[in-house]
Ligand binder design. Structure first.
Ligand code: SF4
Length: 522
């Protein structure tokens, strides 16, 4: 289902937004938009959908160096650093596109809506429940801003006739905006860790308008299936999370777990195939929880998508180990199009740390899943997320993690240093890891990851596998991935634009110069 074809009237806070069909697209015609995305694949996929929505209203993407009329920043809040980068991106966009209408959405926007709305230049902040109605919010807020500007201009002209004190239009607009009431309910995590709601007192929107519901009220699912600039499509099958791991703020930012129907996702997969898509990556926050609100299951979804014969390949972006059922592993092993490629978050190889994190499995269950994947699919690539330096991770417990991973038959580690997040339960754990130790632990894990990936790649040298090649600039090497996620390089001399988005059988040669891909053997 395309959200633009889903007419409904939607209310948030005291704001009633227009039906999409009632919106006059003429105000959008010929406008240019610039986008900036931070964070995960899901965010990138959603940004592409926002761009598609605006394109349907007549807005085209601004070219490099071209001034944009609309700037959209899709934010992340996974760490303190991510928050900082979001603020920097907003300032940068506002500076380089003076007068543009600036919209901010994503996790940071949901968690800190009011703060983001007060950043100079921001016009509109949309939380997780509101972003599906981007066009309606944008249309209204833009109209209101234009009306305010017109009012200010008129009164400035009048007052200038009497009083010659210079006052820029922008300052006048800001002053006017100070008078207008803020909109929407705000949920933020207080320093104590409780979810607090903006009572309405002091609801002053200093700059932009903000709309962000309380976490428990986030219900809408913003569908997204997009290619962006990449060959692969990213199909969002689920949003939100009910797990509340002690270190994580995602459930606060994205709300509870929810997903659309299998029928609607199959339809989107068919649509992607009709546009020429050959490979789809299933994305979400906690994908294995698919169907909790609909009574369907993730395995049912996998089986249904496997029937869409025009799609040659599917990958599952990430699955919690406790939700990666033995049946699902067995099904993938004999499926038509699900690739031998898994990405599983472990986070820690110490049962004590897993308990502190409130993860829902232990190392024995994790090892069992890896063993089963390798039993059914010996060639499978397995990527594992691991977080180090978390509260409670003593040197001994880190050593347990390191040894557990060393002995595990996996292909790559995605290593994340722990970052303290205000409001998370992890802050109650007294033992803290200092930055130096955190860095050292990351370094050891990254070295281990390198060794594992090299060993995995090396074991396929000389084999014949199918690669989906991606577009490359003229004269440059082309890259693509095998079914089991080995990065492959086609040197410039034999790169051929006709191979773009084509499944091609190649023989794998040695490592390329950078050591991050295997070259195609001539
Ligand atoms: S499963 Fe845990 S880490 Fe993953 S999004 Fe949910 S709460 Fe965060």
């Amino acid at each position: 289902m395309d959200i633009l074809h889903c007419p409904f009237t939607y209310k948030t806070g005291r704001k009633k937004i227009k039906d999409l069909n009632m919106i006059d697209s003429s105000a959008f015609q010929g406008k240019k938009a610039a986008y900036y995305t931070l964070g995960c694949k899901l965010n990138f996929s959603e940004t592409s959908t926002f761009a598609k929505m605006l394109e349907q209203m007549g807005v085209t993407p601004a070219k490099q160096g071209e001034q944009a009329d609309i700037c959209l920043i899709n934010t992340c809040s996974v760490t303190e650093v991510a928050d900082h980068k979001c603020r920097q991106a907003i300032h940068r966009m506002a500076r380089s596109n003076p007068g543009a209408f600036i919209i901010v959405t994503g996790c940071y926007a949901q968690l800190k809506a009011e703060t983001v709305a007060s950043i100079d230049g921001v016009d509109l902040v949309l939380g997780s429940d509101e972003k599906a109605n981007l066009i309606q919010y944008l249309s209204q807020a833009w109209e209101e801003r234009d009306n305010t500007t017109a009012e200010i201009n008129e009164s400035t002209i009048k007052s200038k006739a009497k009083d010659l004190t210079p006052d820029s239009d922008r300052d006048a607009i800001k002053a006017k905006a100070f008078e207008s009431p803020g909109k929407g309910e705000i949920s933020e995590i207080s320093a104590k860790g409780d979810i607090v709601e903006n009572s309405g007192k002091g609801e002053v929107s200093k700059q932009g308008q903000f709309f962000a519901k309380k976490t428990k009220n986030i219900r809408s699912f913003a569908p997204s299936c997009s290619r962006g600039n990449r060959t692969r499509y990213f199909l969002k099958v689920q949003d939100g999370c009910d797990y509340f791991c002690t270190y994580c703020t995602i459930p606060f930012a994205r709300g509870f777990s929810r997903s659309p129907s299998i029928a609607s996702l199959v339809e989107q997969a068919r649509q992607a195939a009709a546009e020429g898509g050959k490979e789809i990556v299933l994305t979400g926050v906690n994908i294995g929880d698919f169907g909790k609100n609909t009574g369907e299951t993730f395995l049912d979804l996998v089986k249904a998508l496997d029937q869409v014969e025009e799609i040659a390949r599917y990958r599952i972006s990430s699955l919690e180990p406790d939700l990666l059922s033995d049946e699902l592993i067995a099904y993938c092993a004999q499926s038509r199009a699900f690739m031998p490629h898994f990405h599983i978050p472990l986070q820690s190889g110490s049962d004590e740390v897993l308990r502190l994190m409130h993860r829902r499995y232990d190392t024995a269950l994790f090892a069992h899943k890896i063993h089963l994947i390798k039993k059914y699919m010996p060639d499978a690539f397995i990527g594992v997320d691991v977080m180090t330096g978390t509260r409670g991770e003593t040197p001994e417990l880190f050593e347990e993690t390191f040894q557990f991973l060393k002995n595990l038959d996996v292909s790559q580690l995605h290593v994340f240093p722990y970052s303290e997040r205000p409001g998370t339960a992890a802050l109650k754990i007294p033992y803290k890891v200092n930055d130096k130790d955190k860095k050292e632990r990351c370094h050891r894990l990254l070295t281990l990851s390198d060794e594992k990936t090299k060993a995995f790649y090396s074991s396929f040298i000389g084999q014949t596998r199918t690669v989906l090649f991606e577009k490359a600039p003229k004269g440059k090497a082309m890259h693509g991935f095998t079914d089991n996620y080995i990065r492959v390089e086609l040197p410039p001399a034999i790169a051929d634009p006709a191979l773009d988005n084509e499944l091609t059988t190649v023989t794998l040669g040695n490592f390329n110069a950078k050591g991050d891909a295997l070259r195609v053997e001539n």
